[in-house]
Write a protein that binds this ligand. Structure first.
Ligand SMILES: [Zn+2]
Length: 434
């Protein structure tokens, strides 16, 4: 196909011919016979956004779920009210997501029974790793005698049947197209081969328009109470010996320090990643540069949870939260992502958070870590296997593009999903704003 009159971020106006890859970029290219032509009308053409850390199945399920986080629900009565009004899914379950103890204290089957309607209910904790089921729900999954109804997501005895049933990816994929997202990396650590095959098939059949990549089996979540440097080093070395990189989930300073030490001891793979890096103490920055590991982080959590950080995190530690500018300045390889559905899946909201770092009440968390709009945007251009290397609009680059309805200066001033006029994957228009 041919895109005419597109403005690149450097201000130049070009025509772009593309298939799976871009084949030609030039001034006033003539359309071939029968070639599809899209007029960008001087709007901005950028590489399609790649969200480097998402959880697709959970995100698809979340679209059919009711939110019960601190932003939506206050107290036990309110929780009961929201669950009573929730839509019962096609499988007969009510799914609630985003729960945090700030809503109505710790949740177990007894508490949940008191606030649930008489149907199977499952409530996912905001951390994503814990579900609480009511007694009707526990009976349905064959766990009627479970002591407290608190189930770890990683326990496949029940999560397979519940989480990965026929969840529709179509609705989620359409939403991502509206954001200009042309590729995603699924970061779910326990994704099985069958799950990955299903996603690749969904892409082939068109239910999932986005290109899809996986971190499993090299993804690993660390827990502060079980940090074992020797064991982690051996695991990393084993992955590297098998030819694969690792992706290590670090949300505390302790996890980051042990991960850096383990990467140092095991030796690096050029595609090794640290996920989140939610807390980076000052002296860890030089270490990250030294190890050469890529950081895939989520500034959107500043915009979504910033007020909670300002109350819960000691003032002395707050400057270490969700760093960005200081990492880039030190030349740590960095890419952005949303962690959808645990973070809001709109990458433009994540970019605005990277630029302004405003919390929901309007406070600013670590103004020193703000980046320019152009930087924030470019951090979503990364190649799937090299997230810190931005793709460009040039010959032989992937034919995955996003067209914005306005020229670059306006687009950078707004950074809003509403600007997306068309999304193109592999040389085919998969979304066009009506
Ligand atoms: Zn995640």
């Amino acid at each position: 196909m041919l895109i005419r009159r597109g403005t690149l971020l450097d201000g130049s106006v070009v025509d772009i011919r593309l298939e799976e890859r871009i084949t030609e970029v030039g001034r006033e290219l003539s359309p071939h016979s029968h070639e599809e032509v899209y007029d960008a009308a001087l709007g901005t053409v950028i590489p399609g956004l790649h969200d480097h850390h998402v959880h697709l199945y959970s995100a698809a399920a979340a679209l059919e779920s009711v939110r019960v986080g601190p932003a939506e629900v206050t107290g036990r009565d309110d929780l009961a009210r929201v669950l009573a009004g929730a839509e019962v899914g096609s499988d007969g379950w009510i799914r609630a997501v985003g729960y945090h103890e700030a809503v109505a204290g710790p949740l177990d089957r007894t508490v949940l029974d008191e606030v649930s309607p008489p149907v199977p209910v499952r409530v996912q904790h905001r951390s994503g790793i814990l579900w609480t089921l009511n007694s009707v729900g526990l009976a349905q999954v064959g766990l009627a005698d479970h002591p407290d109804g608190r189930l770890r997501s990683a326990d496949r005895s029940w999560s397979n049947t519940l989480q990965r049933r026929a969840t529709s990816l179509d609705r989620l994929s359409r939403r991502l197209c509206e954001y200009g997202v042309t590729g995603i990396t699924d970061a779910t650590p326990d994704l099985e081969v069958a799950d990955m095959v299903r996603l690749v098939e969904a892409h082939r059949h068109g239910d999932l328009r986005q290109q899809v990549y996986f971190l499993a089996p090299g993804k690993r979540i660390l827990h502060d109470d079980a940090l074992d440097l020797d064991e982690l080093t051996a695991w990393i070395a084993e992955r590297h010996d098998a030819g694969g990189p690792v992706a290590l989930h670090c949300v505390t300073a302790a996890q980051l320090v042990v991960t850096i030490a383990a990467l140092r001891a095991a030796g690096g793979h050029p595609q090794d990643r640290i996920e989140h890096a939610a807390v980076v103490p000052d002296d860890a920055i030089a270490e990250l540069v030294d190890v050469g590991v890529t950081v895939v982080t989520q500034p959107n959590f500043v915009a979504e949870r910033g007020d909670q950080y300002l109350t819960d995190v000691p003032a002395a530690d707050q400057p270490h939260l969700w760093r960005l500018a200081s990492l880039l300045k030190a030349q740590v390889p960095v890419a952005l992502s949303t962690d959808m559905p645990f973070g809001d899946g709109d990458p433009w909201a994540a970019m605005r958070a990277a630029v302004h770092r405003q919390t929901p009440t309007g406070a600013v968390l670590n103004a020193d870590e703000c980046v320019s709009p152009r930087t924030a945007l470019t951090l979503f251009f990364g190649a799937p296997t090299r997230p810190a290397r931005p793709r460009t609009i040039a010959e032989n680059q992937p034919g995955d593009l996003c067209v914005l309805a306005m020229p670059p200066a306006d687009a950078l001033a707004e950074l809003d999903a509403g600007m997306v006029a068309a999304t193109i994957v592999g040389g085919e228009v998969v979304y066009q704003r009506s």
